[in-house]
Ligand binder design. Structure first.
Ligand SMILES: Nc1ncnc2c1ncn2[C@@H]1O[C@H](COP(=O)(O)OP(=O)(O)O)[C@@H](O)[C@H]1O
Length: 288
């Protein structure tokens, strides 16, 4: 499916206030929804406001380590929309001394998902803060991760496109284990040099490491949930809870599957092509 790249899309609602409204209207703790029920709940209508032009509202799906953050943030720079990663929101909360911090640390370090209530509350706050600064549009990364999150998002706003990034699972594990973050500037790198051979019909794949510049090299840290045991659990949880979200969007004709052919130099230009986007600056610097 090729996306139409007009910068201005359909009318939208004021999504952040609607998130809050929805939480009030339908208490999340009592609204246990199964995936089969979830496709039949459209009879209840929620207000959609403000028919005015807006920017893209996209979602990035994909397993841990696939590169959602990397590609979503590049596209955000290109399109001038905020990159909103719920994993980052969780980590910000973890780093604070707020009451949620200890509870979240336990969940995240076991590779489990944070509750829908908590994640929607963090996302609502982030969207509201952005809205008050005049942000328009977004690329969501790591949300929705459950059918219920997808349903709620569908009820409060129009998602234009869902990009599903895909990579073979052994490479995902290696990529997660090679991930590093500069604890000063916050940029992400990857020290893994991947050379996966052809296996069980999966094509061979090579990815060069994404090494930090000298001023970051001594400040690299590893996420506490990027250990082999926890990554394997996150992959299991993804297959159980998040893969159904792919079907949710596929059935609505919004899913664009994208098999990553390799690292950034090979994948970025192909992703731009698939999205009908052009980016001279990034094309030239893709290999940098
Ligand atoms: N939408 C979400 N729903 C529930 N938990 C989430 C969500 N987004 C992030 N988290 C929590 O934050 C952790 C880190 O998220 P993220 O950085 O997106 O990791 P990943 O590399 O697994 O994609 C997840 O393992 C999960 O515990």
């Amino acid at each position: 499916m090729a996306a139409t790249m007009n910068r201005v899309f359909r009318p939208t609602s004021s999504y952040s206030s609607l998130f809050n409204q929805l939480i009030k209207i339908r208490p999340l703790s009592t609204a246990a929804v199964t995936s089969s029920e979830s496709l039949n709940t459209s009879s209840q209508s929620y207000p959609r406001a403000d028919p005015k032009p807006r920017n893209v509202q996209w979602v990035f799906l994909g397993c841990p380590g696939v590169g959602k953050g990397t590609y979503a943030s590049r596209l955000c720079s290109l399109l001038g929309v905020p990159h909103i990663a719920t994993g980052d929101l969780v980590r910000e909360e973890l780093a604070s001394t707020g009451p949620l911090s200890t509870q979240l640390a336990e969940i995240v370090n076991q590779g489990k998902l944070v509750s829908d209530e908590i994640i929607i509350s963090l996302l609502s706050k982030r969207l509201e803060a952005g809205e008050s600064k005049g942000e328009s549009g977004f690329i969501l990364d790591g949300f929705p991760r459950t059918i219920r999150q997808a349903e709620i998002l569908e009820e409060v706003t129009d998602i234009d496109l869902v990009v599903n990034l895909k990579l073979r699972e052994d490479v995902l594990l290696e990529k997660c284990l090679g991930r590093r973050i500069c604890n000063q500037c916050g940029k992400g790198f990857n020290v893994a040099s991947i050379n996966a051979e052809e296996k069980n019909g999966l094509p061979a794949m090579s990815m060069a490491p994404l090494l930090p510049p000298p001023h970051c090299a001594s400040k690299l840290i590893t996420r506490s949930d990027d250990t082999e045991l926890v990554v394997k659990e996150r992959l299991r949880v993804y297959n159980e809870k998040s893969q159904p979200v792919e079907d949710f969007y596929r059935s609505r004709g919004k899913l664009m599957e994208f098999d990553l052919p390799g690292g950034i130099p090979e994948s970025w230009p192909k992703l731009l092509d698939a999205l009908n986007l052009d980016d001279q600056e990034h094309k030239q610097s893709a290999a940098a």
